[in-house]
Design a protein around this ligand. Structure first.
Ligand code: ATP
Ligand code: SKM
Ligand code: MG
Length: 179
């Protein structure tokens, strides 16, 4: 097969993976940037939920985290991406298997970076059930995020682009990704 921009096995600079901890804004800002650029938008968490016909929290409790991690890696690598697309990834996805290398070899990668305290504030107010957090609140939630982020940041920092998530705008994202 010849290599083209639409070839899923080739590097494509118009395929942009948003990565970062739960609640950093990948879905919110991925969708906004896609609308601004006229790109398609895919949220891999949502795509997985559609494929299995259940919410992620339900999948975790029915089949366990290992099964979830295998499935999200397969979704990442087997999704038929449109030519120009922003892909919002699950918060844990870059930290399992060779997923981060795969993203770096198949498109641009962006890490949306936020402090544990800001993440905790957002996650505490979010209605989405995130099974990894197991209903933690307050200081317990901040401590948990601090530890988990320390484990994960080595993976997120392998992204080609890193942006502070505190005062994001589509203009700032566009400037960072197309400078
Ligand atoms: N710049 C911002 N200022 C304030 N709140 C924000 C901002 N960006 C996103 N949020 C809020 O933070 C919460 C988490 O955002 P979002 O769902 O986009 O994160 P995510 O990175 O996709 O998380 P997950 O990995 O769990 O899917 C949402 O309630 C969203 O409205
Ligand atoms: O950080 C994580 O491990 C997760 C983040 C979410 O996006 C979902 O992919 C799931 O809830 C797991
Ligand atoms: Mg999301």
């Amino acid at each position: 097969m010849s290599q083209s921009a639409t070839d899923n096995t080739a590097y494509n600079p118009h395929r942009i993976f948003f990565t970062g901890f739960m609640g950093c804004g990948k879905t919110t800002w991925g969708r906004k940037l896609a609308a601004h650029l006229g790109y398609e938008f895919i949220d891999l968490d949502h795509a997985l939920e559609e494929k299995v016909g259940m919410r992620i929290a339900e999948y975790f409790s029915s089949f366990g985290e290992d099964a979830f991690r295998k499935l999200e890696s397969a979704m990442l690598k087997e999704t038929d991406y449109p030519e120009k697309v922003i892909v919002s990834t699950g918060g844990g996805l870059p930290c399992f298997f060779d997923n981060m290398d795969w993203m770096n070899n198949h498109g641009k990668t962006l890490y949306v970076k936020l402090s544990p305290k800001t993440l905790a504030d957002r996650l505490e107010n979010s209605k989405t059930v995130r099974p990894v957090l197991q209903g933690k609140k307050g200081d317990e939630l901040v401590d948990f995020i601090t530890g988990k982020l320390a484990e994960r940041e080595g993976f997120y920092m392998q992204a080609q682009y890193i942006i502070e998530g505190i005062s994001l705008s589509v203009e700032a994202l566009e400037a960072a990704l197309y400078k």
